[in-house]
Design a protein around this ligand. Sequence first.
Ligand SMILES: [Zn+2]
Length: 175
Amino acid sequence: MAYPHTHKLTFPLEKYRVNSYRFRQDCAYGNVHWGIHLGEDINRSAGTKVRCIGRGRVVYSALHAGTKDKGNWGNIVIIVHKHPKTKTIFFSLYAHLQKRLVKKGQSIDLGQVIGTVGKTNSPENGWWEDEHLHFAIYVGHWEKKVLPGYWKKGSKKTKLTYWKEPTRFINNYKT
Ligand SMILES: [Zn+2]
């Protein structure tokens, strides 16, 4: 399958700056230890537009609401991209969205609005207390399933090395 090349990358939010959980931060909420955070969290008010970081195609778009006792992704979108020279395939992941404005299989332009930030304590944001975007970059093998947000020692769900620090990845992207 041909994946869309992207010659450039931009950030998914205006004035993007990590102001909540960082990449690879060890996370515990209440008594639950979730593990190592695989993305970056940016607190923004509900309804803020979330944009695709590059040209790509939607490979996953679904609601994983979770419960009040155990949060989840809420609305999540995963988009595949390809580096035009190195041919590296990578994925951008956007979660806790109020709305998903794109469908699986859809081609997406750089900067296209793909959703909005979800409202606190709602199924759409996966029952989290803060309104935020979870944004991640994945460069591993994809099995057409939703990807995790955390990594725990001994877990076979994913490998830590498959995940890149999003800010650095976008800033260092050259073609
Ligand atoms: Zn997060």
